[in-house]
Design a protein around this ligand. Structure first.
Ligand code: ZN
Ligand code: ZN
Length: 407
């Protein structure tokens, strides 16, 4: 314990593996001395803020999933839908895996993440952390990238702007609750001090030494005898490096490369509307948004749906090649590039979510119908495969490979 009353901590950097002691801070960021990764981010806000925001998110998610999201009216016919209708429409059109994936990202994972976060944070804030808090917090953190209320909200905004051109659209009570839940989810992300939470759950003395190894989930330093066992703080399996990291990352990236052209060459959705038949590709969606003077949304779709998946695929191949060649060049850049593509990849699901909202609102019997194009499940496959690939890759291998390179 330091003079300021804040516990110091020794950890292994999750991005480069360097062992270091973190001095106590009240606010600001602490970066790794070697790879510049952010190791601790302190907001200076009370510990209860993140708990309050995550509880409010959980509460708003309930009506957001039960009430009307959007409604459309055309020639005396009205149609209103909730979140489940988009999933059901995709399912009934024969895309079961796509429907299940969308339901996991937009419905189940947000509930699980914020439920686990509330369960883990409440005893910590009350000053009575329990043994199971570490495991609950680890699962909540792992679900962070897979739970996408914020991405879904932007997807809905794009779907809304596209529909508004065609017909009158109303935002329902469920839609407003989803806006509140997504904003609160972002506030939870901004206020949570993960290092402080880990220290509050348990702060056992670190086993710092030349052979010590770090837990890949909570970064606790452990003696070599812990390899193959469970972390005493978060119960994650302890391994020096992610097993078969390169093989999994390469296999998943190659699978993603096969789907990428399909996502771009085939339509995302096909519409049989009052004005005739039409289809929309990723590129035409960008052009239509730009023509409607929605420059920010157009640029967002271009960057998230076309550019980021390509940069991720090329980036993971480049990182794997770099490890294989035992390159010692640009290690800090490569480590930060890995962190960026790992965190940004989830935004590529935005256009998929747009279609989830768009589809059920255009089912007016014989008057209008819309269906999923092959491009949509292909884009979702690229996103999931690249997210799994970046999760499988271990950036510490870049530093290991550079150290083992002949001088
Ligand atoms: Zn580092
Ligand atoms: Zn751990």
């Amino acid at each position: 314990m330091s003079e300021t009353g804040v516990c110091t901590e020794q950890i292994g950097c999750p991005d480069c593996g360097a062992i270091q002691a973190l001095p106590p801070i009240r606010s600001g960021r602490l970066r790794c001395f070697r790879c510049r990764a952010v190791l601790e981010r302190a907001t200076g806000r009370p510990a209860g803020a993140a708990l309050a925001f995550s509880t409010a998110t959980l509460l708003f998610l309930i009506p957001a999933n039960l009430l009307m999201l959007l409604g459309v009216y055309r020639d005396g016919v009205s149609l209103s839908v909730g979140l489940d209708a988009g999933v059901a429409t995709i399912w009934h059109q024969g895309w079961a895996v796509t429907a299940i994936t969308v339901a996991l990202f937009a419905i189940l994972f947000p509930f699980l993440r914020f439920g686990l976060l509330c369960a883990a944070l409440a005893p910590v804030v009350l000053g009575r952390p329990q043994r199971w808090c570490g495991q609950a917090f680890r699962y909540a953190e792992a679900l962070d990238v897979w739970s996408m209320p914020d991405v879904f909200l932007v997807g809905v905004a794009i779907g809304y702007s596209r529909l508004a051109v065609l017909t009158k659209v109303d935002i329902g009570a469920g839609g407003w609750c989803y806006v509140a839940a997504a904003i609160l989810a972002m506030l939870t992300r901004a206020t949570i001090e993960r290092r402080r939470v880990w220290r509050s759950i348990a702060n056992p003395p670190a086993a710092a030494g030349p052979d010590s190894l770090a837990c890949s989930s909570c970064e606790l330093l452990l003696t070599p005898e812990h390899e193959g066992r469970r972390c005493p703080r978060c119960a994650a399996p302890i391994r020096r490096r992610r097993p078969l990291a390169m093989q999994y990352a390469l296999a998943l990236t190659i699978a993603g490369l096969l789907f990428y052209p399909v996502a771009n060459l085939y339509p995302m959705s096909e519409l049989d509307w009052f004005a005739g038949k039409s289809a929309h590709w990723l590129f035409t969606a960008v052009i239509k948004l730009l023509q409607a003077n929605l420059y920010v949304l157009g640029a967002s779709v271009f960057i998230t749906s076309i550019t980021i998946p390509f940069v991720k695929l090329a980036g993971i191949l480049y990182l794997c090649l770099s490890v294989r060649r035992r390159s010692r060049r640009h290690l800090v850049f490569k480590t930060r590039f890995y962190r960026a593509i790992d965190e940004l990849g989830r935004w590529s699901t935005m256009d998929v979510f747009t279609i989830v909202v768009y589809l059920p609102l255009l089912q007016f019997g014989s008057l209008a119908s819309a269906k999923v194009g092959i491009g949509m499940p292909a884009l979702l496959a690229v996103v999931v495969l690249t997210m799994l690939a970046s999760r499988a890759f271990d950036p510490r291998l870049l530093w290991d490979a550079a150290e083992s390179a002949p001088a």
